[in-house]
Each structure stands twice: as C-alpha cells, then as structure tokens.
Design a protein around this ligand. Structure first.
Ligand code: 0X9
Ligand code: ZN
Length: 300
C-alpha cells in the first residue's frame, strides 16, 4: 500500500496495480493501454462495479518529469477504492474508471534513474532522443507550439501518432470513446485547469458549460488549503500548442468534459515538488474531481 510520503517508481506503481487487482478482484481489472518505444507495457486499471457504466478516464505521466501527475492519479485511484467518504464511494460505484498513471514509462524511468528533467519518450532520433508525447496526437499536429527539431523538448515526431505510446493509447481510448463522459489529463506545474483547444481561443462545443464546471471544480479544490487555480482555454491560460491528448479526445471523440490539469506549484519549485505536498495535492485534486462529477450529473 502507498503512503504518499515519496514518489513511486514505475516498478512500484506496477506492483501496486497488481496488489489492487488482488485485493479487489471483483472491481479492479488490470489493463494494458499499449507498449512503449522500449517495449514496456503501458499499464493501468479499471475500477468497475458492473461494466457498462459511463466512463471517467484518467491519464497521468505523459511528461515524465512531472512526478506529481502519476502520484496524484495513484492517490485518486486509492481514494476510489479505500475511502469511507460517501461521495467518493458513490463516484467509484457510478462510473467505470479507466486509469493510466504512467503513460510514458520509458521517460519516467529515465527521469528517475538518469536525468530528473526528462520530458519526452526515449526514441533515438539521430544523435538526439525523444518525442514529446503531448505534441504527437493526430489533431492539428505540428500546427503551433511544437517543434520539428529532435533536440527540442517539444519535438512532435515525424508524423501524427508516430510513437507507439500515443498510437496505442489513442486506439485504446477510441475503443471506449463513446462511453467517456469525463477525460482528465494530469501535468505539472502552474496550477491551471485548461480546456481544449490548444490552437486557438475559438471556443469548443459546450465551451461555456465546461468553463462553468471547471470554475466550480477549482472552487472546490481551493476549499481545503486555499490553493488557487486559474481555469481557461489552453491557448489563453498557458500558450498555443497542438498535438496534445486533450485536443484529440475532444475533437475526435467528442467527449463532453475534457480537462488538462497543471498541478502544483506555481513555479517556485516547479517539477521538483516536495514530497510533503503529494498528500495535500492529492486531497485537493480529489475534491475537484468530485465536483466535476457532481456537475456532470447535474448536466445529465
Ligand atoms: O506543453 C504542454 O504539453 C502542457 N504544459 S507542460 O508544462 N506540462 O508541458 C500543456 C498542454 C496543453 N494542452 C494542449 N496543448 N493540448
Ligand atoms: Zn506536461
């Protein structure tokens, strides 16, 4: 079991997934969302109290140095399975949860073992390494905020879905696409809740509704510790960038509520978020996820 006083390695997270499947055999199923460039499984789990419900999808760790992302996705998972809180238990029961804490396992391992600030996957490209997996999705690929230079941290690859991680995961997501009500992608840092799209401030379908839900969710997030998040369109809130997962999910699969979190902090420590913030960040983020669900039920 996890204690939230340190960041877990890829192996530890995978072992924990297996432990959960053993501890909750009736509701937890292990998943493989694809295979990484170096051949590792992209492992995840489904929490389901009876398959066929609407889906909430959690995507973590697409950028490997953003360690609070997998940690928060694991924390939410643990809450869904072990919390005594009635609202949390209802959330676990009322949806089929598809959860992938580490969608870039090769990068995550590299960030732990070799270079803390590694962001991309680990495909060799000439003398460089790595494609930014959040620039490689097949929606407005390479249009803006992405690089053709393999040395860049935002290198988009040789084409949309050139990478096994994004190609496989998108195939998996598409296979359940018409059941997904809520898709959440977790990054760090900046304390933002961002809505598609990344290429313009042109509002997506149901943009105003999704903004209202997002603002309420960030209100709920702030209650526990006063942590302030800004809610807004990607291009406004952070910068223009295309080829990200949430743009593809929103445009190609028409999922109603799609958000990209930039978790703690606002930049004083950035990616190197101290371990004593894993638990508070997890708790406040869980508060916001419950509020998104509450609002989604209200919308029907
Ligand atoms: O640049 C990114 O991919 C994200 N910021 S980060 O600092 N975590 O790298 C923002 C992603 C915004 N989403 C899209 N552009 N679709
Ligand atoms: Zn990121």
């Amino acid at each position: 079991t996890m204690t939230w006083d340190g960041y877990y390695t890829n192996d530890q997270i995978n072992t924990w997934i297996d432990d959960l499947a053993a501890a909750f055999p009736d509701i937890v199923t292990t998943l493989v969302g694809g295979t990484s460039y170096e051949g590792r499984p992209i492992r995840g789990l489904r929490i389901s109290h009876g398959e066929g419900r609407r889906v909430i999808f959690l995507e973590g760790g697409i950028h490997s140095r953003e360690w609070i992302s997998p940690a928060t996705v694991c924390f939410i998972t643990n809450e869904l399975l072990t919390s005594d809180d009635e609202e949390t238990k209802a959330a676990a029961r009322d949806f089929d949860w598809y959860i992938f804490p580490v969608t870039n396992p090769d990068g995550y391992i590299w960030s732990h073992d070799e270079f803390r600030m590694w962001r991309k996957n680990r495909r060799p490209v000439g003398t460089n390494y790595g494609i930014d997996l959040n620039r490689n999705w097949n929606n407005n690929w390479l249009v803006v905020g992405a690089s053709t230079n393999p040395a860049s941290d935002t290198y988009a690859g040789i084409g949309p879905f050139s990478e096994p991680e994004t190609r496989d995961l998108s195939t998996f997501i598409r296979s359940i696409g018409d059941r997904i009500d809520i898709y959440l992608s977790f990054h760090s840092f900046s304390q933002l809740l961002m809505l598609p799209f990344g290429n313009s401030t042109e509002p997506a379908a149901n943009y105003q509704e999704a903004m209202n839900v997002g603002r309420r969710a960030m209100g709920a997030l702030s209650v526990r510790y006063g942590t302030q998040y800004v809610t807004g369109n990607i291009a406004e809130a952070i910068y223009e960038a295309t080829g990200g997962s949430v743009d593809w999910v929103k445009e190609q699969l028409k999922v109603p509520l799609v958000y990209c979190y930039e978790l703690r902090d606002r930049g004083s420590v950035g990616f190197l978020l101290p371990t004593d913030q894993i638990l508070p960040s997890g708790l406040e983020t869980m508060d916001s996820v419950l509020e998104i669900i509450h609002q989604a039920k209200r919308l029907g």
